[in-house]
Design a protein. Structure first.
Length: 261
C-alpha cells in the first residue's frame, strides 16, 4: 500500500523539475494527481508519464498568479476526484532581471511576487475550504534558502520566498487545530531545466555555483520530491509551520556561503 493511497493531490509547476518529480512520486505512492502548469506540453507530459506508470492523473492548464485559474484548478480537482487532500505549491520563477534592488524595476518585482508568493496565497486560500470538508489536509510550499540568506541580485525572489515562509507559519497558527498542516521545503541548488540551460549557455557561472556546494554536487528533483512526499504523507502528522532545508549543506556550512565583494 502506497504512502499516499486514497489521497488526492495538486502539484503546481508540475510540468518540470521538482514539480514533475513530485507529481510522479506522489502517483507512485497511490495518490490521484492533478498537474497544474502554464505549459500544456510539459503538463501533459507529466500526466502521461503518470498514466503510463499505472497511476491516475489529469492536467489543468493554470496561471498560478490568476485567481480565476487557481479556483478552476481546485474546482476541477474536486469535480474529478471528489476531494482534495494535498496541495504542493511548487510553481515559481527566478528573477526576471538579475540586478541589485536599486536597478530592480517595479514590473520585475510585481511579476516575481505574483508568480511565487501570490500563487501560494491563492492556492492556500481556495484549498483549505475543500480540505476542511473531509477533515483536514497537508499543504507543502516550495520556499528557498534565499528566504534566510542574502544572495546577490535576487531581491524580488528573496522577498517572495521569505513571504512564503512567513505566510506558512501564520496559516499554521490559524488552522493547526482544524487538522490542516502546512510546511515549507527550502531547496538548495537543484539540477532542473534552469541549471541545465545555464550549463549550456554560461558554463562559467554554472561552475561557480557548483563550487558553492559543500556536497560537491547539485541536488536532484527526485531528492526534493522525497521530502515533499514525507511532508504530504501522514508520516509527518506532527509537523506544521516547519521549514526543511534540503541543500546538501549549502545553507548550514558557513565556509561555502557566497561572498559579497
Amino acid at each position: 500500500m502506497g504512502r499516499l493511497e486514497g489521497k488526492v493531490a495538486i502539484v503546481t509547476g508540475g510540468g518540470s523539475g521538482i514539480g514533475r518529480a513530485s507529481a510522479i512520486r506522489f502517483a507512485k505512492e497511490g495518490a490521484k494527481v492533478v498537474v497544474g502548469d502554464w505549459s500544456e506540453e510539459w503538463g501533459e507530459e507529466t500526466a502521461s508519464a503518470i498514466k503510463a506508470g499505472g497511476g491516475e492523473a489529469i492536467f489543468v492548464k493554470t496561471d498560478v498568479s490568476s485567481e480565476d485559474d487557481v479556483k478552476k484548478m481546485i474546482q476541477t480537482t474536486v469535480n474529478t476526484y471528489g476531494k482534495l487532500d494535498i496541495l504542493f505549491n511548487n510553481a515559481g520563477i527566478l528573477e526576471v532581471e538579475d540586478v541589485a534592488i536599486t536597478d530592480c524595476t517595479a514590473a520585475n518585482f510585481d511579476k516575481v511576487i505574483s508568480i511565487n508568493l501570490r500563487s501560494a496565497f491563492l492556492g492556500i486560500k481556495y484549498a483549505i475550504p475543500e480540505m476542511l470538508k473531509t477533515g483536514g489536509g497537508s499543504i507543502v510550499n516550495t520556499a528557498s534558502g534565499a528566504a534566510r540568506d542574502g544572495w546577490p541580485h535576487i531581491p524580488a525572489y528573496s522577498a517572495a520566498k521569505g513571504g512564503i515562509t512567513a505566510l506558512s507559519r501564520q496559516v499554521a497558527a490559524d488552522f493547526t487545530t482544524r487538522s490542516i498542516r502546512i510546511n515549507c521545503i527550502l531547496p538548495g541548488l537543484t539540477k532542473t531545466r534552469l541549471l541545465e540551460d545555464l550549463q549550456r549557455g554560461n558554463p562559467e557561472v554554472y561552475d561557480q555555483l557548483l563550487a558553492l556546494e559543500p556536497s560537491g554536487r547539485f541536488g536532484t528533483p527526485e531528492e526534493i520530491a522525497n521530502v515533499a512526499l514525507f511532508l504530504a504523507s501522514d508520516e509527518s502528522s506532527y509537523m506544521t509551520g516547519a521549514e526543511l532545508f534540503v541543500g546538501g549543506g549549502l545553507y548550514t556550512i558557513t565556509q561555502n556561503k557566497p561572498r559579497y565583494d
